[in-house]
Design a protein around this ligand. Structure first.
Ligand SMILES: [Zn+2]
Ligand SMILES: [Zn+2]
Length: 195
């Protein structure tokens, strides 16, 4: 007489599903999957944080990138799309390389040490500020570099200009002193001989 005669079997199906859902094994399985998902999510976010720190200098940007990385599924791909293409290490290496190249270029194109105007390798004097740049070889007149000890063009000996000047001045002074003393010495000796 009761129309809901199919009630008990349907209920038993539901109750068996309900039992299965609440069985210990299922609960453990769900826990394991959830734990793995959380672990994966946190690992990805941590990777985003580490990667951002390698590419961004400002802590605020690193923090923002980490927050984006924490957004499940969507965050990490978005971060990958917008992250700086170069790491700070790459940037630093490129800066050093550029600096070295710049220096090489500056060295290749010689400049006057006083006024920094461009000078040719053959110049003896800076045409702008008249600074003495190089000494000319006394034999063949070739422009010599300051460190050269011998002229590479004629094999003539090279003496530093400053030392030459000092030697010349000292020699002249000695000559003057000797000339001044020379007449007095015999006079002194003569007086000593007399006395
Ligand atoms: Zn100059
Ligand atoms: Zn020479």
């Amino acid at each position: 007489m009761n129309p809901k005669v199919t009630g008990p079997p349907l209920f038993s199906v539901f109750s068996s599903i309900h039992d299965a859902l609440h069985s210990t094994a299922f609960t453990i399985a769900v826990d394991v999957v959830l734990s793995l998902a959380v672990l994966f999510w946190l690992s990805i976010a941590f990777w985003v944080f580490k990667d951002a720190r390698r590419r961004m200098e400002h802590p605020v940007f690193v923090g923002a990138a980490t927050v984006v990385g924490l957004v499940p599924l969507v965050g990490p791909p978005v971060y990958l799309l917008f992250r700086p293409s170069e790491t700070l290490e790459d940037l630093h290496a490129r800066d050093v390389e550029l600096h070295a190249l710049e220096q090489q270029l500056t060295h290749g194109r010689s400049t006057c040490p006083v006024c920094s105007s461009a000078i040719e390798p053959g110049y003896l004097v800076c045409p702008v500020c008249t600074t003495r740049l190089r000494q000319a070889c006394s034999t063949c007149e070739a422009p010599l570099k300051p460190l050269w000890q011998v002229c590479p063009y004629c094999a003539g000996a090279v003496e530093p200009l400053q030392e030459d000047l000092d030697a010349a001045l000292t020699g002249e002074l000695q000559d003057v002193l000797q000339d001044g003393l020379a007449p007095s010495a015999p006079l002194h000796e003569a007086r000593a001989a007399d006395g």
